[in-house]
Design a protein. Structure first.
Length: 564
């Protein structure tokens, strides 16, 4: 998720039938420790964790969430049917066990925990899921993440969102119903190998109807406008500065939550974060890059680095600038960027060059091979000579001699440096091009991107579930996530064909590979930049804090502070 987009940034999942998660060992986490001994292995009396995030939370209204940062916090504050554990395996959360699945693989029946409660003491019921899911798909809600219900192939979800369908807006026809207070049944259009994985996404959380309706437009704006059923409660929110989360004693698994309070400090500058960490005001840094990695990489008990299952790229908006409708110009822009120097020298955080959208070491197909095996290096990579040829050809086709482009990105220190590097590369290799870096706060960035008020936008995608489709169907003509006016009927057709091949996994896999090749090699709809790596410094006395390969931006659910 853009959570996904997006950045985290920018943002958010497991194939249990036909695929294995190759990236399950990815993600940086502090090592576990037995807290029962004496001395430093003993739990500290004060279980308070201080961490940082590089941007404020855009929204905690479940209807509005469209980014990884917001969904990360919602997953702490609320609990859905399933939750990802420390190894990115899907485990029951509000569901008391894995669901019963029909022989045709299209009906899932979930039994809910009877001890699951909201923070007001009322029980979490099957109708809370029905209400929330119907609200999400309702065209009147206009949720930016309503598409995920069709991606999950829940019965009638796509038709309810289709203005040309007789079922448009008829949310009572969605394939979800409460058999009783503690039994939820979900019906799918077709077998969906990743269904259990996708419902761990924050879009599938329950909501209590009476509370939501009472809050109205205030829902999610402040702590008092939220109801909690997850491991933590939001007790303080100083917008743009900090958030305070405290353990929710009414969470069904509260006995296994050790941390009492988490103070999240919003810090946009990496240098500030490092200073706060070094002076003991933070227990963990945000993502380290460049020179800061060099400061910590020899501290083996503090430094953590890993390759993530997220790819980042430039959105190319074909709406704002006619020149960007030209495929040769788009390819020239891609081939003019030296991604190796970007990741190795500037970023230095474990990220790797990417000329693809589906990441490596993410999911394996029915043949046991990684999705990336068919094209390990991707398409249209760094080639300044070819870039210049395509650039001149594209300019002639468009009828221009020069071009000005706006490159929009988040105003965090790391993103600004990336965009300045990219702008320099483009101007260096493409004569007559002028690129202006446009720095925006995260909230404004999301609004401008959704309104298509940009030329190029530095963004990315964090998967919503473990399947290549989460990186591919967002680029279809009708997708609510594209925001760049790209449309190719052949690409749309390949995606539809792949979605109809749930019972033929190898053919489905090949269709998705063909779709990615078309998207990047032929159309250059987006300009891939890198597959994300993350580097963090974590105090040795903090155990169980980790940064997953995808999903939540960080997870402190089972963190603990040892004596120090």
């Amino acid at each position: 998720m853009r959570r996904k987009t997006k950045w985290s940034i920018l943002l958010s999942l497991i194939l249990v039938m036909s695929m294995l998660l190759a990236a399950c060992s990815n993600g940086s986490k502090s090592s576990s420790s037995d807290s029962k001994g004496g001395g430093k292995d003993q739990l500290a009396d004060k279980q308070v964790l201080d961490i940082m995030d590089n941007g404020d939370v855009p929204s905690l209204n479940f209807e509005k969430v469209n980014d990884n940062t917001s969904s990360t916090y919602l997953n702490y504050l609320q609990a859905g049917l399933m939750r990802l554990d420390a190894n990115l395996k899907v485990k029951p959360d509000i569901a008391d066990s894995m669901p019963k699945v029909s022989k045709d693989k299209k009906t899932y029946t979930f039994k809910l925990r009877k001890n699951a409660k909201w923070s007001d003491g009322s029980p979490v019921t099957a109708n809370d899921f029905v209400y929330a899911w119907r609200t999400m798909v309702d065209p009147k809600t206009a949720s930016p993440y309503s598409f995920i219900f069709a991606s999950a192939n829940i019965k009638n979800a796509a038709k309810i969102d289709d203005k040309n369908s007789p079922l448009f807006g008829k949310v009572d026809q969605l394939g979800v119903k409460a058999i009783d207070d503690h039994t939820l049944q979900v019906t799918l259009e077709k077998p969906t190998p990743y269904f259990i994985s996708i419902i761990a996404n924050a879009s599938f959380l329950p909501q209590k109807k009476s509370f939501v309706e009472k809050q109205g437009d205030k829902l999610g704006q402040e702590p008092e406008n939220l109801l909690f059923n997850g491991p933590f409660k939001l007790t303080k929110w100083d917008h743009g500065s900090s958030l305070t989360l405290e353990k929710n004693d009414k969470y069904w698994d509260a006995k296994d939550i050790t941390i009492k309070k988490v103070n999240v400090h919003i810090v946009k500058q990496a240098s500030t974060g490092v200073n706060l960490y070094n002076t003991g005001k933070l227990d963990a840094t945000g993502g380290l890059s460049g020179e800061f990695v060099n400061q910590f990489k020899n501290k083996k008990d503090e430094f953590h680095q890993s390759l993530m299952s997220a790819t980042f790229f430039l959105y190319v908006n074909e709406k704002t600038n006619p020149a960007l409708k030209n495929a040769n110009i788009r390819k020239a822009l891609s081939m003019a960027i030296d991604r190796k120097s970007l990741t190795k020298i500037l970023m230095n955080d474990g990220s790797i060059p990417a000329n693809y959208v589906v990441p490596k070491d993410f999911a394996k197909g029915p043949d046991g091979k990684d999705f990336r095996s068919y094209a390990p290096n991707g398409f249209n990579g760094y080639n300044p000579k070819e870039a210049k040829k395509l650039w001149e050809k594209g300019k002639k086709e468009v009828g221009i001699k020069s071009l000005k482009l706006d490159l929009m990105g988040q105003d965090s220190d790391a993103i600004v440096k990336q965009n300045e590097y990219i702008a320099n590369q483009l101007e260096k290799h493409l004569p007559g091009l002028k690129v202006t870096v446009n720095k925006q706060p995260w909230n404004n960035y999301l609004k401008l991107q959704m309104a298509q008020k940009y030329d190029l936008a530095n963004s990315g995608w964090i998967p919503d579930y473990v399947d290549p489709m989460t990186f591919l169907d967002i680029w279809t003509t009708e997708s609510q996530q594209s925001h760049m006016s790209y449309s190719d009927p052949k690409f749309d057709k390949l995606i539809v064909e792949a979605k109809n091949l749930g019972a033929q996994p190898q053919k489905r896999w090949e269709k998705m590979q063909e779709a990615e090749k078309l998207l990047i090699e032929k159309d250059q709809a987006i300009i891939p930049l890198f597959q994300e790596g993350q580097a963090h410094a974590i105090k040795p006395f903090v155990k169980g804090l980790y940064y997953p390969a995808f999903g939540a931006r960080f997870d402190f659910t089972h963190a603990k502070i040892l004596n120090h």
